[in-house]
Design a binder for this molecule. Structure first.
Ligand code: KIV
Length: 268
């Protein structure tokens, strides 16, 4: 899958996008027919034990993205650019984004957007780095905006729609809309010719994205706009408890898990 294939899906078959941070999960997502695997900076919360995405580094994103790319054959792999790896100096940003394609074999990058990412999107696209824009709730700005729904009044809704148009004109191949009213997402989707991919943005986007830990039921809590489709947490807990019990009781390892050498004597 290439960014241009996703771009052409606007108004067509819905796009299924899911985060993954490691090779086995990426392989499962790819096999399941997920169109876009996002190596989200949500890895900070889901895998690294931080309470926000802010501490995630470019090196960490490179390493997680490389693992996902190695395991993915069909899906588009998008690397999420972490906090302050872009937005301050565009030359540095281009180098950081370039690492995701050159070192980690990503197909595209995602930027949490604002007025400061329009020109960067244009430059990256011209250089051959496909950009997925992200508007609405952008968690990297949580210290400024809080983690609240966005676009809830006319001014902020207009700002999101204007920024969406400007990023489309700058070359973005798709747009993630996070935690905005469904009617705003519908109106942005109608106004753009690139696909919108919603998370907490209602049913009228061209696609949906969720965090894999919530989908499989691994995380303790689930965002109100998300949904658990499995109970991995219970499965994992029960397997780990069974293993601990088996070691404590001596039931593991059994004969079939051990081997003996008859040629060994007791002289060693
Ligand atoms: O980091 C992430 O997982 C994301 C999605 C929630 C869109 O940006």
């Amino acid at each position: 899958m290439r960014a241009k294939d996703i771009r052409e899906r606007a108004g067509g078959e819905p796009i299924a996008m899911l985060t993954a941070y490691d090779a086995p999960t990426a392989r499962l997502a790819d096999d399941a027919g997920i169109d876009i695997v996002l190596v989200g900076d949500s890895v900070g919360n889901t895998r690294l034990g931080h309470d926000s995405t802010l501490p995630v580094t470019v090196d960490e994103m490179c390493s997680f993205t490389a693992a996902v790319s190695r395991a993915t054959e069909d899906a588009l792999v998008v690397a999420d650019m972490p906090f302050l790896s872009f937005g301050a100096d565009d030359d540095d940003a281009i180098e950081n984004c370039g690492r995701m394609l050159k070192e980690a074999d990503a197909d595209a990058v995602k930027l949490e957007c604002g007025p400061h990412t329009i020109e960067l999107t244009r430059r990256l696209t011209r250089l051959g780095v496909p950009v997925q824009a992200h508007l609405g709730l952008t968690p990297q700005r949580e210290n400024e905006t809080g983690l609240y729904r966005q676009g809830t009044d006319n001014d902020s809704a207009r700002e999101i729609k204007d920024l969406a148009r400007e990023h489309e004109a700058a070359g973005a191949f798709s747009l993630v809309l996070e935690h905005v009213p469904a009617n705003l997402a519908a109106s942005v989707t109608e106004a753009l010719s690139i696909p919108t991919i919603g998370i907490g943005a209602g049913p009228e986007c061209d696609g949906q994205v969720l965090v894999v830990d919530e989908v499989i039921g691994l995380s303790e809590r689930v965002a109100p706009f998300s949904k658990r489709f499995g109970d991995a947490r219970s499965e994992m807990r029960s397997a780990i408890e069974s293993y601990a019990d088996a070691v404590e009781s001596g039931a593991f390892p059994a004969d079939e898990h051990s081997h003996y050498e008859s040629d060994l004597d007791d002289t060693y």
